[in-house]
Structures are given as C-alpha cells and as structure tokens.
Design a protein around this ligand. Structure first.
Ligand code: ADP
Ligand code: MG
Length: 274
C-alpha cells in the first residue's frame, strides 16, 4: 500500500517557478507510473488554471470546501473535489474563496494542522502529494509546512535573495520546533536558468557554495525557455506542448532525483520501525 511522500513547493517570493514545477514534476512522476495528487494552495488558482481549468470560481468543490469540512468535523468523500487530469495526475483545485478561508483559519482550533488532517487521510492512495504554495508565509503556507515531509524551494537563478531565503529558513525552523519535527528541505531547485549568460552560472555556483553545505541543491537545473512561459497561459503542460524540449527533459530528470530521495526516505522509515 502506498504511503505518499508529501512535498510542498514553497518560496514566499512570487514568480520563482513553484506552480510550473508542481505541474510538470507531478506529470513527470505520473509518467513514471507513480500515483500523484497535486494540491493547489494558492487563492490565485494558478496551478488549477495551468492544468486547463480557466475558471476556478466555477468549480463546485475546491480545497476551500475540503478544509472547511475538516474544520467543521464533517466527513469528506473519498475523492470529493478531485479532478482527474488527462496527463495522469489528480488535482485538488483552488479558487479565490481560499483567501476567505485563510482569514477564518485564524480563529480555528488546530488552525495550523487543518490541511494535514486531510492529507494524512489521502496518503494511502498516492505515491506523491505535491502542494503548490502561494507566495507568502501566511497561515496557508504554515498549513502546508505542517503537512509536508519535505520542501522543494524553487529559486529563480537570476537573482539570489539571501534575505528571502533566510526568512523562509526561519519559518521552517519554527514549524519544525513547534509543529512538524520531521520536516526536511529536500532542496533548492534552480529555475529559469539561462545557460548563455554568465550571471546564471555565477548565481548557480554561488547558491551551491553558500547553501550547499546546509541544504541540498538539486543537481537538475530547469532551463529558461519561451515555450515554458507560454504553456501555463494555454493551460497545458510542457509535456503536451514541447515534449522533446529541454524543459521537459529537465523535469523528467528532476522526477528521477525526487524519486530517489523518496525511496531513501521510505527505507529509512522502515529501518526505524525494525
Ligand atoms: P510561481 O508559482 O513561483 O509564482 P510560476 O511557476 O507561476 O512561479 O512561474 C512564473 C512565470 O515564469 C510564469 O509566467 C511561468 O510561465 C514562467 N516560467 C516558469 N518556468 C519557466 C521556464 N523554465 N522558462 C521560462 N519561463 C518560465
Ligand atoms: Mg504560483
């Protein structure tokens, strides 16, 4: 029986490639035969839109209703709200109503672990659950950090915001101490790497030097490509638009790296139980 690895894509900075990574890493994992659930946890619904649902507001059930049910102690149907995507992933979509829910979380009991309650109940059905976070470190993101086994931090190779990274690491440490001691940072993922400029190469090696000893930086780097920028607007994945391109290849490589890490984690867990 599958026990999903839960990974949150986080960075409080917008435009670093979180949504693109969730979508395409998820589809690459599904192509390897893994069972994948993507959870859109951004009120903007970018992941939902980029998977081909241009009007998230018109969806009858989204992550808002599911989290509301957890808060109200109501039962949730096995696949309630789940959309089945033709490229093999399941999606729990989001719409703008999620921002209203975020405000009401403040007064909820166990406000940090509402999402965890839902996710833990779905672990048995998937190999990977990926959460697409909004660009903030608010209550929704804290819910993602409390529910996750590990974090994937997309960083745009153009500028290194050391301060931003420190802020994120501070929040991670707090969540580890207070809510989720097993939380790991699987790695920093360099995105939109422009191989032709020295800038990107410098930033890549700077990040590896500065953080490499403390945090894993994924071997795979995601190249910048015009096609990748277009696909999200069209509501299609890079695999359906440009399957032979370098971005598709990079997400396939990333899926392999992510699988290896998940496999090691599973082995370690098994050994702990012995
Ligand atoms: P975030 O979710 O962190 O805000 P997105 O995944 O939405 O970031 O990406 C931000 C913008 O960059 C989007 O317009 C997206 O299409 C574009 N983008 C993402 N990855 C690439 C890439 N590899 N090459 C070029 N553009 C990209
Ligand atoms: Mg996004």
């Amino acid at each position: 029986m599958a026990r999903a690895t839960v990974t949150a894509c986080v960075n409080q900075k917008g435009g670093t490639g979180k949504t693109t990574t969730c979508e395409n890493l998820g589809i690459a994992l599904a192509a390897e035969g893994k069972r994948v659930l993507l959870i859109d946890l951004d009120p903007q619904g970018s992941l939902t839109i980029s998977l081909g649902y241009p009007q998230p507001d018109e969806l009858p059930i989204t992550v808002t209703e599911i989290m509301r049910k957890v808060m109200d102690d109501e039962t949730i149907g096995e696949n309630e709200g789940i959309l089945r995507h033709e490229e093999g992933v399941d999606l729990l979509p989001a719409s703008i109503t999620l921002s209203g829910l975020e405000s009401s979380l403040v007064n909820a009991i166990s406000r940090e672990t509402v999402l965890k309650g839902y996710i833990d109940s779905r672990r048995k059905d998937y190999d990977h659950i990926l959460i697409d976070c909004s660009p903030s470190l608010g209550m929704l993101t804290v819910n993602a950090l409390a529910a996750a086994d590990s974090l994937l931090v997309p960083v745009q190779a153009q500028y290194l915001s050391a301060k931003g990274l420190e802020l994120l690491l501070g929040t991670v440490h707090k969540v580890k101490r207070q809510l989720n001691p097993r939380l790991k940072i699987d790695g920093i993922l360099l995105t939109m790497v422009d191989a032709r400029t020295n800038d990107a190469k410098e930033i890549s090696s700077l990040i590896r030097e500065t953080y490499g000893s403390k945090i894993k930086v994924f071997k795979t780097e995601i190249p910048r490509s015009v096609r990748a920028a277009e696909t999200s607007k069209e509501g299609r994945s890079i695999f359906s638009c440009d399957p032979k391109g370098k971005v598709a290849e990079a997400y396939r490589d990333l899926a392999k790296e992510v699988n290896e890490i998940a496999e090691q984690r599973r082995k370690r867990k098994l050994e702990e139980f012995r």
